[in-house]
Design a protein around this ligand. Structure first.
Ligand SMILES: Cc1cc2nc3c(=O)[nH]c(=O)nc-3n(C[C@H](O)[C@H](O)[C@H](O)COP(=O)(O)OP(=O)(O)OC[C@H]3O[C@@H](n4cnc5c(N)ncnc54)[C@H](O)[C@@H]3O)c2cc1C
Length: 399
């Protein structure tokens, strides 16, 4: 057994002992914080992050070995995923020593939760179209604006926000990234309820929120570069977060579903299950490749979009296989299929979160395949744009 096999086996044994659902009265956020704290105490939090800030300082080999062991467990990691997968890596990349010392150890211990405030009602895929403003005053920066789709804001202690700091500069130049304390006066978090009945994301209103001068992450007016860095971490984080069991639509669960329905002899179902196994294995393997490349110092860059797109396409496809196995029963409210039904309803959201599939395809086309740059869809002669133009003309005529 190599040292790495030994590490993987020790991690697996630790997970067997510590990944149980625990007390049923415990809330999702309490469980996530408790689990993160246990990871930290056992030396499995921030495996590749610098020891100076509470990480383990190990190589990507150990990270990959841990993730291989973890793929078989359903871990309560979602509430802390933006901190661990996006805010933390961005702070490590762009933050000052003071910011790293203040935020990274608390994040690794599971003490503080993060959210990401990029999207706005009129700035989704086109993040740089944002209107939230930050104005410099003697006391700090004053933030005003409205964000949407803000996952985990209901629990968040801190958020990473993009705001316009120079309205005269070209669209991508006058943006700055800040760290906001979500408990500051002027921050209002309103849950947005989705088809599953849950409220996984929120609207966040910022009304004269004051943040300190040193809350800038990166450089003033260089927030677009900071945003690109965070989005890169986001794509790798989402794209490589394929847990076999945590996903109710994962291969193991689909196979179990087919067994329970007594349809494992059906040739179509058998073919779908074989394909499910192959597709899931390919996405898992690609995620491991991206993680391993970190070790060799290879820039993942736009290939994070491949992982994100492949993971989202996999989820949509798995949802269609679950639908084939269960037929109409999945919609009839049988509690036995609740987790599968929730997974199916949530699948399209995976294709939107972290940048839509179309946006990932544009990135892959332009930055990996070297195809000509997309001019955006706003001015194209599409049916949607024709309707929009005629509506606008109608409004102008009325007004
Ligand atoms: C579950 C979930 C969680 C999220 N969490 C967060 C979060 O925590 N923080 C955050 O800031 N955001 C979050 N988002 C927002 C997400 O990252 C997307 O950026 C956002 O939803 C896309 O914007 P939109 O919905 O306004 O769609 P639009 O940008 O209006 O796009 C509408 C449609 O047009 C397509 N489209 C747009 N531009 C192009 C183009 N150039 N070429 C081809 N097609 C195009 C899109 O693919 C889409 O199908 C989340 C979204 C979801 C679903």
């Amino acid at each position: 057994m190599t040292g790495l096999d030994d590490y993987r086996e020790r991690a697996r044994r630790w997970l067997v002992a510590n990944a149980s659902p625990g007390d049923e009265n415990e809330s999702e956020i309490e469980r996530a914080k408790r689990f993160q704290h246990a990871l930290f105490s056992a030396g499995y939090a921030g495996i590749t992050w610098p020891p100076e800030y509470g990480g383990q300082g190990l190589s990507t080999d150990e990270l990959v070995a841990f993730n291989e062991a973890a793929a078989d467990f359903e871990l309560p990691v979602i509430p802390l995923s933006i901190g661990m997968g996006m805010a933390g890596p961005t702070i490590l990349e762009l933050g000052t020593h003071a910011q790293k010392s203040r935020y990274i150890p608390a994040l690794l211990r599971g003490d503080e939760v993060w959210c990401q405030m990029f999207s706005e009602p009129d700035a989704g895929s086109d993040v740089a179209g944002l209107r939230t403003k930050a104005v410099r005053t003697d006391a700090g920066w004053l933030l005003d604006g409205r964000k949407v789709w803000t996952s985990n804001a209901q629990w968040a202690d801190f958020g990473v926000i993009l705001a316009r700091t120079d309205s005269n500069a070209p669209k991508h130049r006058g943006i700055t990234m800040f760290i906001v304390d979500m408990r500051e006066p002027g921050v209002t978090v309103r849950p947005l309820v989705v088809a599953t009945g849950e409220a996984p994301f929120n609207e966040v209103v910022l009304d004269g929120v004051l943040v300190a001068q040193d809350a800038v992450l990166g450089e003033v007016n260089r927030g677009w570069e900071a945003a690109v860095a965070m989005l890169r971490h986001e794509r790798v984080s989402i794209g490589t977060r394929v847990q076999k069991r945590a996903n109710a639509l994962g291969f193991d669960n689909l196979a179990e579903l087919a067994r329970r329905r007594g349809v494992t002899g059906d040739v179509t179902v058998r073919r779908r299950l074989a394909e499910a196994y192959v597709r899931e294995s390919a996405v898992l393997a690609y995620g491991r490749v991206l993680q391993a490349e970190g070790k060799a110092g290879i820039e993942v860059g736009p290939r994070g979009s491949v992982a994100k797109l492949a993971g989202a396409e996999l989820r949509l496809w798995q949802a269609s296989v679950a639908q084939e196995i269960l037929g109409p029963d999945v919609a009839l409210g049988d509690p036995e299929f609740d987790a599968v039904a929730l997974g199916m309803v949530a699948a399209p959201g995976v294709a939107t979160a972290g940048g839509t599939n179309e946006i990932q395809r544009n990135i892959i086309a332009e930055r990996i395949l070297g195809l000509p740059k997309d001019g955006g869809i706003a001015d194209r002669n599409t049916p949607f744009n024709r309707i929009r133009t005629s509506r606008r003309a109608g409004h102008e005529a009325e007004g």
